[in-house]
Design a protein around this ligand. Structure first.
Ligand SMILES: *Cc1c(COP(=O)(O)O)cnc(C)c1O
Length: 365
């Protein structure tokens, strides 16, 4: 398999050596050993700091989608009303997921190059009276960052729970779970944390726990058992000790750097990425630079190029970036500068290669 020297895919991102080393250890049984439960608690405490919350955090074994599905099924019953705030593939997709589990869903939809307008969300919330309002912080496929604080406020006004996918933002930009009144906050391991795609984390407020107990959903992805699993040392399944050992390395690295410094690193690298693209005449996908995410940059595939041609030309020079999905497939490509890839030297090299490729043209080989 080819490894690319310039890894700039927006997740899964490149896994640092220290994390990979944590997997090379033969641990004991996660169900039995005190050490595992100490590790779990330390990871939960670190995640609380990263997410600025006092809420309990359930750390599940599985890819990030497990958090999205598990949290939804744990609080929504067939017939419940869900208001999906959608500005991209994940926002609209979460509305579809709620529909699939039988919820009555209304979508407050915006363009894929736009962010949510709280006034429109408030109007819909007051009229529709949902049990749950869903939103996405960073829309990874289109490179935008939604403002969340006011939507959190709206949830309180209409007594709805606030469900937020911050899989591709937390750790790279402020996510203030308590201040923004997020009841169910969803995180995956393979984005900013730069781990393998094997953990899904959910911050759960007391209001959310009450809803979870009321619904009583049981299943592999259910949140309910996690309320007491660690306190009672009775996990719903054998946990992934290796993944938690990696998570601890990632959390320590982020907290040792300092959250403010890490946020600054992401913001600076993203700004340089956008400036370099614009200097090459590549148009950013979101119309307004103020709504661009600090973890991923989406740009239009330049005129004269198809996405597969551009992708192949970059790969021939050792650089891997992402395409896009849904309505943006083929039109938009993406540079992932989150976690281990929020690295100025790496992004500058990537931009140098892109400039060379564009100068040579589609026939340039
Ligand atoms: C990556 C990501 C997820 C997890 O889904 P994948 O299966 O890894 O694509 C969920 N939400 C967002 C916003 C993401 O970027």
């Amino acid at each position: 398999m080819q490894r690319y020297d310039i890894p700039l895919v927006p997740g899964p991102v490149s896994v640092p050596e220290a994390v990979r080393a944590a997997y090379q250890v033969d641990y004991g049984s996660a169900d039995l050993e005190d050490e595992f439960f100490e590790l779990y608690r330390a990871c939960e405490e670190g995640l609380r700091q990263i997410l600025a919350t006092g809420n309990q955090i359930a750390i599940l074994s599985g890819e990030g989608m497990l958090a999205l599905w598990g949290a939804l099924k744990s609080v929504v019953r067939p017939g419940d009303r869900v208001l999906a705030v959608a500005t991209g593939v994940f926002g609209y997709g979460i509305g579809d997921m709620a529909r699939q589990i039988g919820a009555e869903v209304e979508t407050v939809g915006f363009g894929y190059d736009d962010v949510a307008d709280p006034d429109q969300v408030r109007e819909a919330a007051r009229r529709f009276r949902p049990r749950l309002i869903t939103a996405v912080h960073c829309e990874t496929p289109s490179g935008t960052l939604n403002p969340l604080a006011e939507i959190g406020q709206i949830c309180r006004e209409v007594d709805a729970l606030f469900y937020v996918d911050f899989v591709a933002s937390a750790g790279g930009t402020p996510v203030w779970v308590d201040e923004w009144q997020i009841d169910l906050g969803l995180l995956g391991s393979q984005k900013v944390l730069s781990l393998m795609p094997d953990l899904a984390m959910v911050s759960v407020s007391e209001r959310a726990w009450a809803a979870i107990e009321e619904v009583g959903y049981a299943g592999y992805d259910a949140l309910q058992p996690w309320r007491r699993a660690v306190a009672e040392r009775y996990l719903p399944y054998t946990h992934n000790w290796h993944a938690l050992a990696g998570l601890r390395v990632a959390i320590d690295s982020l907290l040792n750097e300092g959250l403010e410094a890490a946020f600054e690193r992401h913001a600076t690298v993203a700004a340089v990425c956008r400036r370099r693209l614009q200097e090459m005449g590549v148009a950013l996908w979101p119309r307004r630079e103020s709504i661009c995410a600090p973890t991923v940059t989406a740009a239009r595939v330049p005129e004269g190029w198809s996405w597969p041609e551009l992708d192949q030309a970059l790969r021939r020079r050792g650089m891997a970036v992402g395409g896009s999905y849904g309505p943006l497939a083929g039109q938009v490509f993406r540079i992932g500068h989150m976690g281990s890839q929020a690295d100025m030297a790496l992004v500058e090299r990537g931009m140098d290669v892109l400039a060379e490729v564009l100068a040579a043209g589609p026939a340039g080989g």
